[in-house]
Design a protein around this ligand. Structure first.
Ligand code: AKG
Length: 332
């Protein structure tokens, strides 16, 4: 999901294809950016440039740098607009209702086994350190060029499979089953790591907006995630707005004022379960390594054909198995 680099013309083509489709269109839509960490405020001129489509030459690959710069400015302007009004995301009493109505639920004790969490966290960091399984990630670098965000595809080994099946025998299983049903395909199985120095990401949804949900994702905390470790920020209710994603791109961060801005700080073992249409963004990490394990499930009617391979975070062998939520729940 998580990151991707999609040229704006590719986005338009994908969007046209989506409109032509009768099914709920599904795609990973956010442009990747190399966000800088040193300067959070954007000037008025920069924001005007960011919003000016004529600053683009759709056919010129060399515009990638300009695209990155636009995204960097956009993330900084967004962060400036919401940073002073964020509130904590409270644990949900009814996760299904929370995801339906607000787009996100904080579910505690989704992965309660501390030694399993620690084994998985170590496995993820080993893989990251070996440079294996890396997907494109939104806002990976900070000013000094250091990579501060990683999205890591995970082979379905003993530890990953145990963590996945354990997750799907806890409170998450019932919520996902009610939201998306047993036929939902395991779409992603991966990890997100941010390091100290990671800036805020550009606010994004993981799928194009559609009237039906396309994708549900659970971000599972493999350690306590406090505010300094840059939890995910969610804009509750934005998943129900047909226009929020486009308006954010066209009109800038004031569009976010219509929604709350809730930070998914959580204890180790908790997770945030969200609808892929919901606007969200990883926040600046000023403290140190933050590791999230995540799985996502695609709704049976959603069209997965428009996804960006560079950002589709699942090991190829695992994806090839075509596992469904039902398969995973039954395997427990
Ligand atoms: O890092 C986070 O908390 C969110 C990551 C995310 O949404 C992404 O990479 O697409």
């Amino acid at each position: 999901m998580r990151t991707f680099r999609m040229h704006r013309n590719a986005l338009i083509i994908a969007f046209a294809a989506m409109l032509a489709s009768e099914v709920a269109a599904f795609s990973l839509v956010q442009p990747c950016s190399r966000l800088h960490c040193s300067r959070l405020a954007a000037t008025d001129e920069e924001i005007a440039w960011m919003l000016d489509d004529s600053a683009w030459d759709e056919d010129d690959d060399e515009d990638d740098e300009a695209f990155d710069e636009q995204m960097r400015i956009r993330a900084a302007a967004e962060h400036e607009s919401y940073a002073s009004r964020t509130t904590p995301l409270a644990p949900a009493t009814d996760a299904v209702d929370a995801v339906r109505t607000r787009g996100v639920a904080l579910v505690e004790d989704a992965l309660p086994d501390a030694s399993l969490r620690e084994a998985l966290r170590s496995r993820i960091l080993e893989r990251r350190d070996a440079g294996a399984g890396l997907s494109a990630v939104l806002g990976e670098r900070c000013d000094g060029g250091a990579t501060t965000r990683f999205d890591i595809r995970l082979p379905y080994d003993d530890v990953v499979s145990e963590a996945t099946t354990t997750l799907l025998r806890g409170p998450l299983a019932a919520a996902l089953d009610a939201l998306v049903g047993p036929e939902a395909q395991l779409w992603e199985c991966a990890a997100l790591v941010s390091e100290a120095g990671a800036p805020a990401q550009t606010v994004h949804g993981d799928t194009f907006w559609d009237s039906e949900p396309c994708l549900y994702t659970a971000f599972v905390a493999l350690q306590d995630i406090d505010l300094e470790r840059g939890p995910t920020l969610f804009f509750p209710g934005s998943h129900l707005s047909p226009d929020a994603q486009d308006d954010l791109e066209d009109d800038g961060p004031s569009v976010l004022d219509a929604f709350g801005a809730e930070l998914g700080a959580m204890r180790a073992g908790a997770c945030t379960l969200y609808d892929g249409r919901l606007l969200h963004a990883g926040q600046p990490n000023s403290k140190g390594t933050r590791v999230l394990f995540y799985v996502s499930f695609k709704a049976p009617g959603a069209d997965g054909g428009l996804g960006n391979e560079a950002a589709h975070s699942i090991d190829a062998e695992l994806f090839g198995r075509g596992l469904t939520l039902g398969d995973l729940i039954l395997s427990v």
